[in-house]
Design a protein around this ligand. Structure first.
Ligand SMILES: Nc1ncnc2c1ncn2[C@@H]1O[C@H](COP(=O)(O)OP(=O)(O)OP(=O)(O)O)[C@@H](O)[C@H]1O
Length: 618
């Protein structure tokens, strides 16, 4: 098929295509065909707006236009479900607003569209959930979904690149992800059950409409009637049993089904307990926490559920909630669903091991709860949340991000915590296993505390392979194995993230194919450093860098050396910590800086060649 025939074939599936009457196969499409955008004789865009078009958007045929980067069919009459654009993986923008598309968007529609920057689907009649894949597209900067019927929660958009988002006038519910809290409130308006910054906080109670009150009253009455019936039946049974000569005692624990349902309610961002207190049944059935440490305040799940819970975020395992106890202590409960391949005994034993850990850079696990289908881990709330929030979230909200001395202290603390895990958990190949910036929590004085460590042995294998950071390492990608140096690789990526302020692609592709995606951060750093075009390596929002550039460069080199794909050349944890400890806050010799901005020995232990000579300081 020649290039003129492709648009003609595409036109055939369109209805009311009179506006395209000058598409004439005897001439090349770049000779003034309506709506065809060309450069050097190649079709890069289709702009078929306001033409009354309907029918089918033939994606298969468009896929043959290899240079096609942008399509706009805005203000037409296309209806039915959205075509599967995954076939057009190179597209940078898709504009389909003001049509009549409807129905749910199938989950794979945007899979692998790693170049997609702009997606406009506003003013259609889409329903169902916003596809979570959109939250993982690394280049997406504009997403317009207003005036549709989207429902459910907004996915966790991790990237702080999303410059424009509009989800107003849909039927969305729940907490707005923290990463979007910097956006304008009007982007979220017209969704009656959305809450959290930039809208009102989630615990704010709104007056209920009369109809809702009536429905709730009916439901409560029905529930009470059902409860009464159950009580009567149970009493009768008990009476019958007591009349039998020797009744056998009921064995095992009562099944706790209540925990799931109350937590599910928490997950929807609601206050878990009805009227501020749990039903006595639930407390009796005992959603009993197992405490791992001597001393300290004792409480149970009902105590936590009594408090209004706030969803802190949802990661690969489930949601994490913040809940305040009556005493004022604030706790965090993390819910894990993919841990059902180990027995209760194995799980308890492993938790006890983790519970014994005690280091100033390791977040203590205070208690846990075991149920076959899900587990809960409880820890104290940490004041400054995570390094991820401080590096990426603050920036997008215009708040200051940590300065160089703070970042260096964080790196040192993380390295010490990691070394401690290596020492205390020698049987684990990757003692942390899931080291990333959202699992580095920061206390009031910005001291780092490692979280979500030591979990690889109890997470279902398949889930671990798809979601945990260790399994994104070069050795896992190439040899399907993790090693004793895998956590050092994660530390290297973390260091580069801390110094550059860039979000690593290993985090962007959570849940996706580990081998797919953006250029990894180490390669990006190397490319910028090699490139003489003046690209900037260090985070320009990092203050306190004067007279420190030499040390910053040293740390950057270390980070790169930890990321080496060749495991044999990568330092082990001991060497890594020693090298990090040598880095000082300021250059010993002030003149050092000037020597590093020029042609200096930047050949790093990552096996970098002679062209890795200059580095672009802020
Ligand atoms: N103890 C804590 N104190 C304060 N913030 C916390 C605490 N534990 C977790 N968080 C924060 O809550 C948010 C959600 O955490 P969660 O662990 O569910 O997701 P994640 O770290 O993004 O992903 P993953 O599930 O892969 O670990 C993150 O921003 C995390 O940093």
């Amino acid at each position: 098929m020649n290039r003129g025939e492709i648009p003609i074939k595409f036109k055939e599936s369109l209805k009311n295509n009179g506006a395209l009457s000058n598409w004439d196969s005897s001439k090349p499409p770049c000779n003034g065909w309506h709506g065809i955008k060309c450069e050097r004789g190649l079709v890069w865009g289709l702009k078929l707006e306001n033409m009354g078009l309907s029918g089918v958007i033939d994606v298969e045929t468009l896929a043959k236009l290899q240079e096609l980067r942008t399509i706009s069919f805005m203000h037409n009459n296309f209806d039915g479900s959205l075509p599967n654009f995954a076939r057009l993986g190179a597209l940078k923008s898709i504009y389909l607003s003001y049509n009549k598309f409807s129905g749910e968007i199938s989950p794979g529609t945007f899979d692998g569209m790693f170049s997609l920057k702009k997606l406009h689907l506003a003013n259609n009649a889409f329903s169902g959930r916003i596809p979570t894949t959109l939250a993982t597209l690394p280049k997406l900067v504009e997403l317009m979904l207003e005036n549709n019927e989207f429902e459910g929660e907004i996915p966790q958009f991790h990237q702080d690149r999303l410059r424009e988002l509009n989800v107003s006038n849909n039927e969305l519910v729940g907490q707005i992800p923290q990463t979007l809290s910097h956006l304008n409130a009007s982007s979220f308006s017209g969704n009656s059950d959305l809450c959290g910054a930039p809208l009102e906080t989630c615990s704010t109670k709104k007056p209920l409409p009369v109809l809702t009150i009536v429905i709730v009253a009916i439901l409560v009455a029905a529930a009470l009637a059902a409860l009464l019936a159950v009580i009567i039946i149970l009493r009768r049974r008990r009476q019958k049993r007591s009349q039998q000569p020797s009744s056998t005692a009921a064995s095992g624990q009562p099944k706790n089904t209540a925990a799931g349902s109350d937590l599910d309610r928490m997950e929807r961002g609601q206050v878990a307990a009805v009227n501020g207190s749990l039903s006595p049944d639930m407390s009796k059935q005992g959603v009993r926490l197992t405490f791992l440490r001597e001393g300290g305040e004792r409480f149970d799940m009902p105590d936590l559920l009594k408090a209004s819970a706030e969803v802190l975020g949802s990661g690969a395992f489930g949601s994490t909630y913040k809940a305040a106890l009556n005493s004022g202590k604030v706790m965090v409960v993390k819910r894990f669903r993919q841990m059902n391949s180990v027995s209760r005994e194995e799980f308890n034993e492993h938790m006890r091991r983790l519970g014994r850990l005690n280091h100033q850079n390791v977040l203590p696990i205070l208690a846990f709860y075991y149920r076959k289908e899900e587990k809960l881990l409880v820890a104290e709330y940490v004041e400054n949340v995570s390094l991820a929030v401080q590096l990426h979230g603050n920036k997008s909200r215009g708040l200051p991000s940590p300065d160089w001395p703070t970042r260096l202290n964080i790196v040192k603390g993380v390295a010490k915590g990691l070394q401690y895990l290596y020492n205390e958990l020698p049987s684990l190949t990757a003692p942390h296993g899931h080291l990333k910036s959202s699992n580095v929590l920061l206390d009031a004085s910005f001291k780092p505390l490692l979280a979500d460590y030591g979990l690889v042995p109890v997470v279902n294998q398949e889930h671990a392979q798809q979601n945990m950071i260790s399994y994104k390492s070069p050795e896992y990608k190439t040899n399907r194995r993790i090693t004793k140096k895998t956590d050092v690789w994660s530390l290297g990526i973390l260091i580069l993230e801390i110094l550059t302020g860039k979000f690593p692609s290993t985090l962007l592709h959570q849940g996706g194919d580990a081998s797919a995606g953006d250029v990894d951060l180490a390669t990006w750093v190397e490319n910028v450093v090699r490139d003489d075009s003046g690209g900037v390596v260090f985070d320009k929002d990092m203050a306190g860098t004067s007279h420190a550039q030499g040390e910053m460069v040293k740390l950057l080199k270390l980070g790169l050396s930890f990321c080496q794909a060749d495991v044999d050349r990568r330092p082990d944890i001991k060497e890594a910590v020693e090298k990090i400890d040598e880095i000082k806050e300021k250059d010993i010799d002030d003149d050092f800086y000037s020597s590093y901005t020029s042609e200096t020995d930047m050949r790093s232990s990552r096996g970098l060649s002679d062209d890795f000579k200059t580095i672009n300081i802020i």
